[in-house]
Design a protein around this ligand. Structure first.
Ligand SMILES: [Fe+2]
Ligand SMILES: [Fe+2]
Length: 263
């Protein structure tokens, strides 16, 4: 099974480059399953049900999120609208699994694509981020219940050390452990000895002529003055950042991971 994972889709520039490039990317790389982090799809802050549906229509199978998941309040009713349907669009948008258990939504999706069963797991780090339940022990607990061989994990986290540690912790137990959130791609993709594909951060899919997606003048001003400003998405230099993971569906082990950056 060949899996494409697209890093944080940021605002209209991110959505547009996905619309323009995804079909070809899927064809060229023989992709079976398309996953993406959509936490910044709505002008950089959160995701609306309509935008989630648009991204599904473009060919994305499952969307993960992170700390921006609640920015658009409509997502709460959207999560509730799944209403027990395990494959509804609302169930195919995840929020980190290690948030408080009684919050709306869920952090795991189990499905099938081209006859291959797979699971997607969304976790969030705790270093330099809001406090959540322990992502390591949450992963243990969830992996104890997941029967699919292909298991793809998005760890949405700030600290490189936390992501590297999770990579080693889950090595051999999941197909891929992929980092998101910093919006800056790292060059450390590799398959760990136990067969887990790893990268510290996939990078943002959005406007790189800015500061992690936001207009650069606003962020520079913020650093100079410490005055609160309303963040607006940047527009120039849109790039699509992703990884392609090739996995053996009978064992769930990754064979390779390849970084992709399209302009
Ligand atoms: Fe993000
Ligand atoms: Fe984030």
């Amino acid at each position: 099974m060949r899996i494409l994972f697209i890093g944080d889709i940021f605002g209209r520039p991110g959505r547009t480059i996905v619309r323009d490039k995804l079909k070809n990317l899927v064809r060229e790389h023989g992709i079976d399953l398309v996953l993406a982090n959509g936490e910044n799809a709505a002008a950089g802050f959160g995701i609306t049900p309509a935008l989630a549906e648009d991204l599904f229509d473009l060919g994305i199978d499952v969307l993960t999120t992170g700390n921006h998941v609640w920015d658009k309040r409509e997502i709460i009713d959207f999560f509730a609208s799944a209403d027990g349907n395990a494959h509804s669009p609302a169930r195919r948008v995840l929020r980190p699994a290690n948030y408080a258990k009684d919050l709306p939504g869920t952090g795991v999706y189990q499905g099938r694509k081209n006859d291959v069963p797979y699971a997607v797991l969304n976790l969030q780090g705790r270093v330099f981020m809001a406090s959540n339940d322990d992502p390591f022990r949450t992963a243990d607990e969830l992996l104890g219940k997941i029967t699919e061989k292909i298991i793809f994990v998005d760890l949405h986290a700030e600290a490189t050390s936390e992501k590297v540690a999770m990579g080693w912790y889950l090595d051999g137990r999941v197909t891929a452990l992929i980092g998101t959130h910093t919006h800056v791609p790292t060059a450390d993709e590799r398959v760990l000895p136990g067969g887990t594909a790893y990268i510290t951060d996939v990078g943002m899919t959005g406007p790189y002529e800015g500061v992690i997606g936001v207009k650069k003048e606003l962020i520079i001003g913020r650093f100079l003055n410490n005055m609160p400003v309303r963040f607006e998405p940047a527009t120039g230099d849109a790039r699509l950042c992703a990884v392609v993971v090739d996995a053996d569906e009978s064992t769930g082990k990754a064979r390779s991971i390849e970084r992709v950056m399209l302009t």
